[in-house]
Write a protein that binds this ligand. Sequence first.
Ligand SMILES: Cc1ncc(COP(=O)(O)O)c(C=O)c1O
Length: 437
Amino acid sequence: MNDDRLEELHGEVPGARTHELGVRLRACESRGVTYLSDDFPVFWESASGANVFDVDGNAFIDLSGAFGVASTGHANPYVASAIADQALRLMHAMGDVHPTEVRVQLMEKLAQLAPGDLSKSYLAVTGSDAIETALKTAILATGKPAVAAFKGGYHGLSLGALEVCGFEQFREPFADALRSRTLFLDFPRPEPVAGEGTAAAVATIRDAIAARNDVGAILIEPIQARGGCVVPPKGFLSALRALCDEFGLLLILDEIYTGFGRTGAMFAAVDEGVVPDILCVGKAMAGGFPISAAIAKPAVMDAWEASRGESLHTSTYLGNPMGCAAALANIGEIERLELVNRARHLGHALGARFDSLARVPPVVECRGRGLMWGIELRDAVLADATVKAALRHGVILIPCGTQGNVLSITPPLTIAERQLYRALDIVEDVLCKHGGT
Ligand SMILES: Cc1ncc(COP(=O)(O)O)c(C=O)c1O
């Protein structure tokens, strides 16, 4: 199967088979999971590179990378065969009891890639899981129960991660069950005058931190992903690092979306030379197999007591061998195909493309870095209509932003240029001709 095809549609999208499966899904899945309507979504049958094929035989260009996960391309053959080989040899070991060599190899690799002296990992399964591990680590290392996090920050939806989630709509139904100890800070927008925004934002954060004595760490995404692809002003992350040092706080970087090359650097904060105390990674690490990690400085990670046989924090699938093999193969592909450089170069080239998109009337702003961009529209209704119209024209994309009014562009880092530009042309066309409808 070619993996650099343009869109190919046969008849109505969504097609008959999708509609049929939608009815069956409705009957057997919690209605809280999948949004189903007459014009969205499509059922995926297979995917390859930057193409997704649905159950009605339509081919789409994927601008989502399936939440940024399929960095080396959907169904990357090296990653797929690493999983298959590992599955035939050893599919599952015992989380915190009997380990495997492949787990050692992965954590050695993470130590090699992580900035500074971050060299000890706690493996986990989902992004939320890695965040919860980092939060527990911070509590043990600092003796303080609270963290500061940012409005618009997204770190997952499990109950512990929800405590630090900067999206009110996810917290609200569970508010009574959530502790209110998180200090929520404003995430600064790029400043009109260089330096001013950073200084003002950091001064406000300093006051907020100084007013509390229970905060042990600051948790931040270097670029808010689901928050709407919000890039902080230059110098903000390093100022935050300095503030953490001043107050003896840990800096926890959530690079679950931005990590492994997405922004044109192996890790986005590296662009500013920022070394966190704990780095959370997931998503693109294994290209589609669920595995994540919290990677920390040894002194921080050693806040955990040595296990005496009953680990204080573990799960059945911790360090699953297929996940470790998938991550090693996927990272190998990122290196072999030089995808970090590719994302950086394409990101520079895309600047001009997004400048012209930004002039289309319903677009408020285009912003991003590498292969992580957001197209902010005037409202969520338009974003939703654009996502649906793009699907009808053969492009998969998703909305993001706390208001749902931003189109998220995070394709596989392997996407062919002709696919990328074609898909962006389709999005622009939809925005111009149909105003998103
Ligand atoms: C930055 C960030 N952190 C954490 C998470 C949570 O990851 P998961 O959905 O695997 O729990 C996400 C998911 O989108 C994310 O974007």
